[in-house]
Design a protein around this ligand. Structure first.
Ligand code: HEM
Ligand code: CA
Length: 382
């Protein structure tokens, strides 16, 4: 099905000339796959001598993708919150030194875990990846990388949550190291300005449109009060709320996140935080339901709500985090917020493309890296 054309890999039946003319129906995976795959390939795989492949495990572990899909579905049926957890986990892995499962590693005597970096302390879903990986190890030991499990699991999670399908190639390998300092420094904080957001995404090759589309993931899942309560009570140390927050919405949020002097306040480092001083202070994965509110804010799920509604709320000054609301703070990003708020299909296509790009960011292939047998541990050195 694939052909090489002037250094690019693309599906045989598409040519660059007709790809924009094809309006792929949302529910037809094949049309959509071909279209998106050929677009993506042109951009990023040209310099890789070892690249990812479609259905990489076809011979070595033919049931791999099915095991992952089934695993996510079963876990999602039991607990739908696994979907947002997995999507966020993918973002935090890929954003830091690429999709190499570096975020999954536990600390040991020779390694400092990325899990300890403050933005990562509220991550969840590690157990989901580990349980799917152990099932894979029973069937084809040492074959399927944790990095591939994570990207495929996140894709399935997006589908479960009402988001779009996108094709993914496989053959990623796992890192033998973790990048705690880089995670600490590079993952944007919930108080990030639009300049910081665009700079961090920009150095990873994401333009304004792609960046805004990725934020559509914030239409599902939860966020804890600690990540936005400064906007309710003490914005930027002014002692006043954020003027960019809708007044009615602010009142509503205040009832869900009542002011409490003992509560850690983001950015101040004050409070009984178990997390190092940073804008991420205050929440750990063990925190239970301590002021966690729906990011989607009463999102009922389903296709209509995945994405579009998030952007509509931003336009009404009802973004939860400062970083969310920053997307309307500049014309180049605000125009995409407006576009996605009114055009679900445009958002779904852009989100799918950006997720593909994120999932392929800076991957390890060929002789690089390793295939871990347990996702939280590097292979023992011989
Ligand atoms: C400037 C960029 C971003 C910042 C500052 C940010 C920050 C946050 C924060 C603080 C939370 C709440 C965590 C909690 O309370 O437990 C959150 C949740 C979430 N984020 Fe982001 N995020 C950003 C971009 C993204 C991107 C690009 C994606 C995916 C493509 C993403 C996916 C998610 C998801 C799905 C959740 C819900 C997690 C859950 O319910 O378990 N975020 N984010
Ligand atoms: Ca990584």
């Amino acid at each position: 099905r694939l052909e090489y054309d002037n250094g690019f890999i693309r599906f045989a039946k598409r040519s660059p000339g007709n790809r924009t003319a094809v309006k792929a129906p949302e529910k037809s995976p094949f049309e959509e796959d071909d279209l998106m795959m050929s677009w993506y390939m042109e951009d990023s795989d040209r310099h890789q001598s070892y690249s990812l492949h479609y259905d990489y495990y076809q011979d070595s572990c033919p049931t791999a993708e099915r095991i992952i899909t089934k695993g996510v579905r079963e876990l999602y049926d039991a607990k739908p919150s696994v979907a947002p957890s997995l999507i966020r986990l993918l973002f935090h892995d890929c954003f830091i030194e690429g999709c190499d499962a570096s975020v999954l590693l536990d600390a040991d005597e020779s390694l400092t875990s990325e899990k300890e970096a403050s933005p990562n302390q509220s991550l969840k879903g590690f157990d989901v990846i580990e349980s799917i990986k152990s099932e894979l190890e029973n069937v084809c030991p040492g074959v399927v990388s944790c990095a591939d499990v994570l990207v495929l699991a996140a894709r399935e999670a997006i589908l479960m949550a009402g988001g779009p399908f996108y094709p993914l190639e496989t053959g990623r390998r796992d890192s033998a190291v973790a990048f705690k300092e880089i995670a600490e420094r590079e993952l944007p904080s919930p108080q990030a300005t639009i300049s910081v957001i665009l700079a961090r995404f920009g150095t990873r090759g994401f333009n304004e449109r792609e960046t805004v589309s990725l934020f559509g993931a914030h239409s599902i899942g939860v966020t804890h009060c600690t990540f936005f309560e400064d906007r309710l009570y003490n914005f930027s140390g002014t002692g006043k709320p954020d003027p960019e927050l809708d007044t009615g919405f602010k009142q509503e949020l205040k009832t869900k996140c009542p002011f409490s002097a003992s509560a850690p306040s983001p950015g101040t480092g004050i409070g009984p935080s178990t997390i190092p001083a940073s804008d991420y202070g205050g929440v750990s994965s063990a925190g239970g339901n301590d002021g966690a509110i729906d990011l989607s804010y009463n999102n009922e799920g389903g296709e209509e709500n995945f994405g579009t509604r998030y952007y509509r709320r931003l336009m009404q000054k009802k973004g939860l985090m400062y970083a969310d609301q920053q997307l309307t703070g500049r014309e180049e990003t605000e125009m995409w917020v407006r576009a996605y708020a009114s055009d679900t299909q445009l958002f779904r296509r852009d989100f799918a493309m950006s997720m593909m790009k994120l999932s392929n960011y800076h991957v390890l292939t060929g002789p690089l890296g390793q295939v871990r047998t347990t996702c939280s541990k590097v292979l023992p050195k011989n």
